[in-house]
Design a protein around this ligand. Structure first.
Ligand code: SF4
Length: 250
């Protein structure tokens, strides 16, 4: 026993069925993105069984606004790891009110998961992968248990593991939609202006991708947006988007 909950692997048959469904959805809707893709999934294909997972970070407002325009009662899951910038919490509150979102669920890590692993709150220094697992991956998995699909704001131009991103994918026994996968940073910036959306307070200070305070720094010059995350470490993702199980690994 590790002293924290281990995720249960979905049954093989379920993983295969989800992979097949993702393929079918890609054939039918692979040409759609942004609000067009969201509308089909929120109002029809996954109505009542889908949530948006949002960091309320640097670019999050565009996707939140799209979802709010379609259905402001869409469940929005926000992972409050306990290590976020206070500016992010304020920004969440501003956007919730501004966009009229009525079902934003701020989830936190469970004390019984953190247990003896992070007594001083500095696990991020000793073992950031375990810290992300306890503070983000496990809480999200529990929050997603009532949904069979979720939406993320990831984009291919963020690079790294996101370079091959598709708008519709199968991941860990659920369908995952990435409506902004094809969008550039310029297109996001234009959308902020068109929609009259406020920026995250740290955007003006050079934070291009905003996660937990101990693991995020501003970037400058030609640096990629995600270069400011876990700087100096061999880590570029927190793990919530990693496929832990796929039909290919059966
Ligand atoms: S980003 Fe850093 S502080 Fe946040 S959960 Fe991961 S390791 Fe911990």
């Amino acid at each position: 026993m590790n002293g924290f909950a281990e995720l249960r692997r979905p049954e093989s048959a379920k993983l295969s069925a989800i992979a097949a469904r993702a393929e079918t959805l890609r054939e039918r809707y692979g040409e759609l993105d942004g609000e067009d893709l969201l509308r089909v999934m929120l109002e029809w294909q996954h109505k009542g069984r889908i949530a948006l997972v949002s960091s309320f970070g640097a670019e999050a407002a565009v996707l939140l606004d799209m979802v709010a325009r379609i259905d402001p009662a869409t469940p929005v899951i926000f992972i409050d790891s306990g290590k976020l910038f206070h500016e992010t919490l304020s920004y969440r509150d501003i956007l919730v009110q501004r966009l009229g979102l009525t079902d934003v669920r701020s989830i936190e890590p469970a004390l019984f998961d953190l247990g003896g692993h992070d007594p001083d709150g500095a696990l991020w220094q000793r073992n950031p992968n375990l810290c992300c697992y306890l503070r983000k991956v496990l809480p999200l998995e529990r929050a997603l248990s009532e949904f069979d699909a979720w939406i993320t704001g990831r984009k291919r131009d963020q690079g790294g593991e996101r370079g091959d991103l598709t708008t519709i994918e199968a991941a860990d026994g659920r369908i995952r939609f990435n409506p902004l996968a094809n969008w550039s940073t310029d297109k996001i910036n234009d959308s902020f202006k068109e929609r009259g959306l406020p920026r995250h307070p740290l955007s003006d200070e050079g934070y291009a991708s905003i996660g937990c305070a101990p693991c995020t720094v501003p970037v400058s010059g030609d640096a990629g947006a995600r270069d400011g995350r876990w700087q100096g470490r061999a880590k570029s993702e927190c793990g919530i988007h990693h496929a832990r199980w796929s039909s290919n690994s059966l």
